[in-house]
Design a protein around this ligand. Structure first.
Ligand code: DQA
Length: 142
């Protein structure tokens, strides 16, 4: 499975800790690696700032991965090209968030990404990623 972190996620652990918590990106990825080992799956984690780089990553994932976990960060709320890339690549994809965007500023209540994903998991900190891995694993096995 491919795990994609969007813009500013690289600063996790030090940015707005009251909202996003204290886990660094390395710690989030370690938690994912631990879960992947338990499930017996392979994961690759990437972090990109630009929408174009995320789209290129998704194009490349088409033949190399079975599923995608993506935290699109602020792109969630307005990035139509990213939305179209997820739809075009057509891999089972779960949108994840550390925080619960629904309970925050009004602009965060909209996700243009959610309609092209299998589901969304938000509000559980790093566990949002873990829950997404488990859900996609169950989907793949079914
Ligand atoms: C976020 C929520 C987004 O609204 C925000 O722009 C982020 C992080 C989260 O993980 O909670 O950068 O995706």
């Amino acid at each position: 499975m491919l795990i994609i972190h969007g813009p500013n996620m690289a600063l996790s652990g030090s940015r707005e800790v009251d909202v996003y918590g204290t886990a660094t990106l390395a710690e989030i990825e370690e938690r994912c690696e631990r879960e992947a080992r338990e499930l017996g799956i392979e994961i690759r984690c990437v972090a990109h700032t630009s929408e174009g780089a995320i789209i290129d990553e998704l194009h490349g994932a088409r033949r190399a991965f079975d599923a995608v976990v993506i935290n699109p960060a602020a792109y969630t709320h307005y990035a139509y090209a990213l939305r179209d890339a997820i739809a075009a690549v057509n891999l089972p994809t779960v949108e994840v968030h550390l925080s619960n965007p629904q309970g925050r500023e009004e602009f965060r209540a909209t996700s243009v990404i959610a309609p092209v994903c299998r589901g969304t998991i938000a509000g559980f900190g790093p566990e949002s990623y873990v829950l997404a891995l488990r859900a996609l694993y169950a989907l793949h096995k079914a």
